[in-house]
Write a new protein. Structure first.
Length: 88
């Protein structure tokens, strides 16, 4: 099994997110396509089979400068598993 942890961290506050399993899925911020709540902290876990790959495609994406962070981990959300962090 492959575990990919996909986190949006908007400082701290309301928790949101979920679990995505299967061949495809959709991840949206709370309130999409409108604004999300201040201080939201969203974590999505993506799980797929052992030999499957996970491909992330962003169709609409915007971060509020100086506040929003996107982190993508391969496995548990620990520093050694960090693959992408925006902004760096």
């Amino acid at each position: 099994m492959i575990l990919l942890c996909f986190m949006f961290s908007w400082v701290q506050g309301q928790n949101c997110g979920g679990l995505v399993q299967g061949p495809n899925g959709t991840i949206e911020s709370p309130g999409f396509p409108h604004g999300y709540p201040n201080y939201a902290n969203c974590t999505w876990i993506i799980i797929t089979g052992e030999r499957n790959r996970i491909q992330l495609s962003f169709h609409t994406f915007a971060l509020e400068e100086d506040f929003d962070i996107l982190s993508i981990y391969d496995g548990q959300p620990q520093q050694g598993n960090l693959k992408v962090r925006i902004p760096e």
